[in-house]
Write a protein that binds this ligand. Structure first.
Ligand SMILES: [Zn+2]
Length: 239
């Protein structure tokens, strides 16, 4: 397996890098390549993949072990090339990779806010099942339990209020490596293993609201919306 450095894990606000191609090929259904300094987040953990370009060619990031990845890739993360035209990429050459900023920040906002909503619903006594952080569909599902039907209006009001307070307080988002795993701490809630992209503090979120809170088939579904503040779309730090 070829070593790569994953920039997206260290800095959500790093959008471009000039780096070397470390592996490349064509599995018959289109060319792909892997970068030494990988700036692209692949789909995973309920979060969509980044979009972006390599030397201007549209790319789609994948985990090399995941669905849709090309066979024979020797790096952990690869990108498939959209329409390379006559552009050929070979190991060793330097390229410039660029992440689509709008999508990156939207995904990071939804994903980070998902941790907060998830944490407060868990603190209310529900066990996490699955997360979906896709724009327009962001939703976290929990076991509703066998007991009496929960007071959903009360639960929604409590989770919404606590999440708003955490955002207003601008609580920090932390990440650390422990025992080979990346642990992420948001809003003082218990640390969770996570490989996604996050905002650095919750005051970068805006427009938060719960979309729906309902129980169906023993599953509590909590839908929400949130966006990243526009001031950071250009990647400029305001603070
Ligand atoms: Zn996360």
């Amino acid at each position: 397996m070829i070593e790569q450095h994953h920039l997206y894990l260290e800095d959500t606000y790093r959008f471009t890098v000039t780096t070397a191609v470390v592996d490349a090929g064509d599995a018959g259904d289109g060319p792909w390549l892997a970068l030494a300094e990988n700036v692209f987040h692949p789909q995973g953990g309920g979060q969509p993949a980044d979009t972006g370009t390599v030397d201007g060619v549209p790319v789609r990031p994948y985990k090399a072990t995941g669905t849709g990845a090309p066979p024979g890739a020797r790096a952990a993360h690869v990108v498939r090339l959209g329409h390379p035209g006559d552009r050929n990429f070979a190991p060793g050459e330097l390229v410039t990779a660029a992440v689509d900023r709008t999508a990156r920040l939207r995904h990071a906002a939804l994903h980070t806010c998902g941790h907060v909503v998830d944490g407060f619903v868990r603190q209310a006594g529900y066990r996490h099942r699955v997360s979906n952080h896709f724009p327009g569909q962001a939703r976290i599902e929990f076991d509703a339990g066998d007991g009496p039907r929960p007071d959903l209006a009360r639960l929604a009001a409590e989770v919404e209020e606590r999440t708003r307070q955490a955002i207003d307080a601008g609580l920090r988002v932390g990440a650390e490596q422990r025992d080979g795993r990346r642990l992420v701490t948001v809003a003082g809630l218990p640390a969770d293993p996570c490989g996604g992209t996050h905002v650095t503090s919750l005051d970068r979120l805006t427009g938060f609201a719960l979309r729906s809170v309902k129980v169906k088939g023993g599953v509590l579904k909590v839908g929400y919306r949130v966006e990243h503040k526009a001031g950071h779309m250009a990647g400029q730090k305001e603070d």
